[in-house]
Design a protein around this ligand. Structure first.
Ligand SMILES: Nc1ncnc2c1ncn2[C@@H]1O[C@H](COP(=O)(O)OP(=O)(O)O)[C@@H](O)[C@H]1O
Ligand SMILES: Cc1cn([C@H]2C[C@H](O)[C@@H](COP(=O)(O)OP(=O)(O)O)O2)c(=O)[nH]c1=O
Length: 223
């Protein structure tokens, strides 16, 4: 039985790059490790639907509660894979997890309703859907304008041919997402959190340096 670490943050902060290099670095050190990313575009009923929604290809409006339930369902459909992966590895790394749902859907309602929606999602996913809580979540942070420039460098995505998907295109939403992450970290919702700066002075830190810091934080997690 391994430990679960979730890599979280706004779009374009380097979650995918960091998750993959963290996995490779742990493997090179003799540990067994694997990455599971969410959403599972094309692999679950919910993942297919989410891809269409993010590409702007949905014939009906998708309310924050409907979107939250779809993202939660995507993880629920993948729950057996999650449990198998944590059983078979020393470290299971999530590239986005439940906190993404809380931060993003919580950013789509008026500020006064945000905390209640985030707690509703937390209860749905960890209660009703019995998804495991990470031993550690990492909030990767960069200034938003740097993240925006990095989104433009991303490789082609399976679900859209646009440079920015529906959430990435909305700058005000991205700012609220960041504020929500800060409040999730501060309140320690969904287990313990550490913030890691992915950049210094407006420039990204080398991925290996970011991963080194995360490994030190992981070593401090109680067995
Ligand atoms: N530490 C880093 N230094 C330089 N470029 C990076 C770094 N991390 C990510 N990138 C680049 O930024 C872009 C977005 O990174 P990605 O890992 O896909 O972000 P996310 O998963 O958070 O959206 C990619 O082109 C990636 O190669
Ligand atoms: C996993 C997850 C993602 N999201 C949002 C965050 C992102 O803006 C969007 C797409 O996820 P993302 O993994 O960033 O896709 P990609 O890197 O291919 O662009 O979905 C949620 O709202 N809830 C969730 O549970």
């Amino acid at each position: 039985m391994g430990i679960i670490v979730a890599i979280e943050g706004a779009d374009g902060v380097g979650k995918n790059t960091t998750s993959r290099l963290l996995c490779e670095t742990l493997q090179a050190a003799g540990k067994t490790a694997t990455v599971i990313g969410f959403p599972r575009y094309g692999e679950t009923v919910a993942g297919v639907t989410i891809g269409r929604y993010l590409a702007g290809d949905m014939p009906v409006p998708v309310s924050p509660h409907a979107a939250a339930t779809l993202y939660a369902l995507d993880r629920f459909e993948w729950r057996d894979e999650i449990l198998k992966a944590v059983e078979a590895h020393d470290v299971l790394i999530f590239d986005r997890y439940v906190a993404s749902n809380m931060a993003y859907q919580g950013a789509r309602v008026p500020a006064g309703e945000s905390r209640a929606l985030m707690e509703w999602i937390l209860a749905l996913e960890t209660g009703q859907f019995a998804l495991p809580v990470p031993a550690l979540s990492i909030y990767l942070n960069t200034p938003w304008d740097l993240a925006r420039a990095l989104i433009l460098q991303k490789a082609e995505r399976s679900y859209t041919d646009k440079s920015f998907d529906a959430y990435e295109a909305d700058v005000a939403l991205q700012q609220r997402v960041r504020a929500n992450y800060a409040s999730i970290v501060e309140a320690g919702l969904l287990g313990p959190w550490r913030m890691v700066h992915a950049s210094t002075d407006g420039t990204m830190r080398p991925p290996a340096e970011i991963v080194g810091e995360i490994i030190s934080l992981l070593e401090a997690v109680p067995e």
